[in-house]
Design a protein around this ligand. Sequence first.
Ligand code: ASP
Ligand code: MG
Length: 417
Amino acid sequence: MSLIVMKFGGSSVGTPERMQRVARRIADYKEAGHKVVVVVSAMGDTTDDLIDQSKLLNANPPAREMDMLLTVGEQISIALLSMAIDAIGHKAMSFTGWQAGIQTEAVHAKARISDIKPDRIFAALDNGCTVIVAGFQGATAEGEITTLGRGGSDTTAVALAAAINADVCEIYTDVDGVYSTDPRVVKCARKLEEISYDEMLELANLGAAVLHPRAVEYAKNYNVRLVVRSSFTQNEGTSVKEEAVMEQGMVVRGIAYDKNVARFSILGVEDIPGVLAQVFGALASNGIDVDIIVQSGTQDGKADFAFTVSLSDKDKAIAVVERIRSEVPYREVTSEVNLVKVSIVGAGMVSNPGVAAKMFAAIYELGISIKLVTTSEIRLSVVISADHCQEVVRALHTAYGLDTAEQAFVGGPQDRR
Ligand code: ASP
Ligand code: MG
């Protein structure tokens, strides 16, 4: 007998038929003698629809009321799923985040979980119930309802798995695991049997939408055994763990791309100590996350540097850079969009020379110029024109030996989170 957390994303419970299929899967585990805690997202596009509705009434709704509204989506799911399980003869009990003992910081729209008191979950399990918990939500110590940020149900599942010391946390979605790259771009992308937390974290942060980065971080910190698998098939899925076996001869595990990039160049900056601190301090205090930063050589006491921010922060960043011009004189600032950051990720990169050279060579052979480069221990990213995204991802997939002959991709509609 195992204690299992199962998490189902919005598309997995998007219709009554799908809800029934999920209920059946849960019942199978129950009948095999396992104890089951289920975390579920809002059905289909519910969260987006609720956001749209709010905009009809208020372009800038109060964050507290927004959380009150969005948490409804998951509450519909838990109640309906419990009914579906009851209908096939099993005991189930639904809990809101608050009832499940999930306490968060006092922040709306993107609260972090601060504590979980799973007493009621254990009591319900002891009563032979399957426990159905609303994802993406919690409450502050004062009892205010909060949400964990878009896609936060993954985090709920992993945090609960850690809190109740579950044997495994299974994340059910509409693809049958984590792929070496986006199977919509590369038909011969391979499903990975295993991936390490660190690699998964890099991929998730780079926009591979299959798992929320915060959930992966949580799983790593609490050493939660994670499995990503499809709710539409019985396929085994991908195991996310501390140490993942690398297939023989491979150094790269996956390739990700992210089009949410804007690049800035600040040219002819007075090269005096503290300039970088001033520029990036101003960006940070305006809540702008900077990703890549490159300072190129100085000439005549002037320096050039470039950095990237997410597309949605572009206008804000321009305003900040213009505002600081009086304190940090520079000749010119330019910005560029229609870019993509393509990254290769693999724990094997640490100890293998030539990984970067191969990437640059493959891109050079396509005649494409690289605008920026950045690395971490297990990742190498380049920024290129978005027009070349597909061909570059394909070429790299081949260059690092990731192509598979068979087209293993099995999936339903894109999971919306
Ligand atoms: N329903 C929420 C969202 O769409 C949370 C989730 O699905 O994980 O972002
Ligand atoms: Mg959702």
